[in-house]
Design a protein around this ligand. Structure first.
Ligand code: MG
Length: 272
């Protein structure tokens, strides 16, 4: 009889222990990460996997895509550099106001007036801009619809009419000028609006030396043309030689061709 009572007591004890353990596990799972000591910590981070204490991403409103007829709307947190009205965010690199022509929702290079650049300087950025090549086309190679987008004021993503226009590959449209040809030639005919969407990270300096070089990823007309391309230095100077500092203006090139631009916006990439 005593032996039977002992077995019953043992069974009850084990059942209570199992139930208690299960309840604890359910509670731990239900807290979705507050029991972070049970989850791995991310490398080099103070956060654990699925950490509910991690800050929520900012809420923003996306923009809309452009059509040939109508420019799209920028995302809600973008800095609008040209909305079709004026060049108030720009200046001439030779000092003074930007002297390019604004009309009908776009602006156009006025040959001989010099490059223009943003008054504001930027570091790591996402950039959107649209351009249209002169039509009918004239000139050949580098002489046809040449302009350019200089990141940090120094690193040129080439703008050129490369639609049925052969030039050296590292100088055609979509190239990191003089360094990386585009992965493909995805140019539209002159007169049509084309887009660049790019991501740029400037060099990281340490003790007067570049620890991490600048990198750029570029989509032209929605197609990848530069995939995290390492920039070797300024695209007009000896390589390697980097621009000191972590910020610079966005600059557009006057290469004596009447290229048009519209719908230009930029988003600064901030760490989490
Ligand atoms: Mg150029």
């Amino acid at each position: 009889m005593m032996k039977r009572n002992l077995i019953v007591a043992l069974v009850v004890l084990i059942s209570v222990a199992v139930a208690g353990l299960t309840a604890f596990q359910l509670r731990a799972n239900g807290r979705q990460g507050t029991k972070s000591e049970h989850r791995p910590r991310l490398p080099g981070s103070k956060w654990y996997v699925h950490d509910m204490h991690r800050p929520q991403p900012r809420v923003m409103t996306p923009g809309t895509f452009s059509t040939q007829e109508t420019p799209g709307r920028p995302p809600s947190d973008a800095i609008v550099l040209f909305d079709g009205k004026d060049l108030s965010k720009w200046q001439s690199v030779n000092d003074g106001p930007a002297r390019w022509k604004v009309e009908d929702g776009y602006f156009q290079v006025v040959p001989g007036t010099g490059d223009i650049e943003t008054k504001e300087k930027f570091g790591a950025v996402q950039v959107h801009l649209e351009w249209s090549e002169p039509t009918p086309p004239h000139g050949t190679s580098q002489g046809r619809g040449n302009s350019g987008v200089f990141l940090q004021g120094e690193y040129e993503i080439q703008v050129l009419d490369s639609f049925h226009n052969i030039t050296y590959p590292d100088g055609q449209c979509g190239a990191v000028y003089g360094q990386h040809p585009p992965l493909v030639n995805v140019c539209r005919p002159p007169g049509e609006w084309q887009t660049y969407d790019l991501v740029f990270t400037p060099a990281v300096w340490q003790g007067g030396r570049v620890r991490i070089p600048p990198y750029v990823t570029v989509f032209q007309n929605g197609v990848l043309v530069q995939n995290y391309a390492k920039i070797y230095g300024p695209t007009k100077e000896a390589i390697p030689h980097y621009v000191p500092g972590a910020i610079g203006p966005l600059r557009l090139q006057d290469h004596h061709n009447a290229v048009r631009y519209r719908n230009i916006w930029i988003r600064e990439i901030r760490p989490e």
